[in-house]
Ligand binder design. Structure first.
Ligand code: SF4
Length: 93
């Protein structure tokens, strides 16, 4: 089901614009996630803003459109991500 503009705005406001999800991650054979300091080519590393935000899925199809289901399932979102904090999710140590 498609979100209304108001629902989408409310969802977008959960994002803290930290840019932590926009750095490359590496997953080893046992599923451990390692965060790297290599940013997405479209991330402005000073402002932490995406340089193509409004067209990111068109220009860079690998960019992931987060949904509540994905936030709960994907293992590579940083614990400090606003969405993870919003749902009270913590990475298992
Ligand atoms: S890590 Fe989470 S809060 Fe930070 S920019 Fe990405 S989606 Fe937004």
């Amino acid at each position: 089901m498609k979100q209304s503009a108001t629902e989408n705005d409310a969802w977008e406001q959960i994002c803290e614009k930290c840019g932590l999800c926009c750095f490359e991650k590496i997953e080893d054979d046992d599923g451990t996630i390692f965060f790297t300091s290599t940013p997405c080519r479209y991330l402005d590393i000073v402002t932490r803003e995406c340089k193509i935000y409004s067209r990111r899925f068109e220009i860079y199809p690998d960019c992931v459109q987060l949904t509540e289901t994905l936030v709960r399932e994907i293992p590579w979102l940083h614990d400090e991500c606003g969405y993870r904090k919003n749902f009270g999710l913590r990475r298992r140590k």
